[in-house]
Design a binder for this molecule. Structure first.
Ligand code: I24
Ligand code: DGL
Length: 278
């Protein structure tokens, strides 16, 4: 019998940081990943629009009969998770709660910093999630809109990158946080630089990696985990943008060369074209 896949959605290629962790921790699982590279970034977009785009991606994955949905994108989680959870009849997991739980577990001084896109920080969802669980914790949030463009121009350790990261994190350094949540799919790529600027006493939390830990627990809880078997697992990638550019970044990042990547047009996502094969 064919394995039922886990769906993973993101605004683009950033969610591949979550995918990499998922492939490492859950090697027997099948995955369908969709990245909305044509409409990326989501970070600066209004909440209603991010919600609409996230629904487009979700509907596409639901057609593929997934058993669980992971919203790898922080901005999409902040905008759409409650609604998706309400409507879907499969488990839906976002990145904000797992990142928040890990931060609560880690902090000793009860001073937590959050960094993310404008959309994620404006939503206040991380702060709400943390203070709901631990009211005596101070949460300091900082949007870092320059980080995504930095990474997308391959700047991880240049002088410009150091300057941007130092300036963006100035306020959080002053607040003496002891734990910092990287609340954006891209930020783990800047991890060494962020660690360097914040200092060794600050623990960095990778929300995406924490999410995969929780997915692993949930698969067992729902008795949905795949065991090692003769049946090979599938890993399929869908992008709303260029297949070649997606392939280039994904094969480099995942260290795999034979990736199955297919283009899905926005029109198809919207259901305007209904005679295409599914
Ligand atoms: N990293 C990301 N997005 C990009 C990029 C990158 N270009 C170089 N690197 N571009 O995200 C986004 C726009 N593209 C996407 C594909 O379709 C066309 C438009 C972070 C990726 C996280 C896995 C730097 C880079 C790379 C390879 C691997 C990792 C990485 F080239 F950060
Ligand atoms: N995936 C987004 C996030 O985690 C970052 C990129 C974007 O702005 O779309 O918030």
């Amino acid at each position: 019998m064919k394995k039922q896949a886990i769906g993973l959605l993101d605004s683009g290629v950033g969610g591949l940081t979550v995918m990499k962790e998922a492939m490492k921790q859950l090697p027997n699982e099948s995955f369908y990943y969709i990245g909305d590279t044509a409409r990326c970034p989501y970070g600066p977009r209004p909440k209603e629009q991010v919600k609409e785009f996230t629904w487009d991606l979700t509907k596409f994955l639901l057609e593929k009969n997934i058993k669980m949905l992971i919203i790898a994108c922080n901005t999409a989680t902040a905008a759409a998770l409650p609604e998706l959870k309400k409507v879907l009849d499969i488990p839906v997991i976002g990145v904000i709660l797992p990142g928040s739980r890990a931060a609560i577990k880690t902090t000793q001084m009860n001073r937590i910093g959050i960094i993310g896109t404008e959309g994620t920080i404006l939503s206040g969802e991380y702060k709400k999630a943390i203070t709901k669980k631990q009211a005596n914790t101070s949460v300091f949030s900082q949007a870092c809109p320059k980080f995504v463009p930095l990474i997308e121009s391959n700047q991880f350790s240049s002088a410009i990158a150091k300057k941007v990261v130092t300036e963006s994190l100035q306020g959080l350094r002053k607040q003496k946080v002891d734990t910092l949540v990287m609340g954006c799919t891209h930020y783990p790529l800047l991890r060494p630089l962020i660690q360097n600027v914040m200092g060794d006493t600050v623990t960095l939390i990778d929300s995406g990696a924490e999410t995969v830990n929780e997915v692993s627990v949930l698969l067992d809880y729902y008795d949905m985990a795949e065991e090692k078997s003769e049946q090979p697992n599938e890993r399929k990638f869908y992008t709303t943008g260029s297949v070649n550019m997606f392939k280039e970044i994904a094969s480099d990042w995942l260290e795999l060369n034979e990736l199955e990547v297919e283009q899905v047009s926005i029109a198809r996502l919207k259901g305007i074209i209904d005679n295409e094969r599914t």
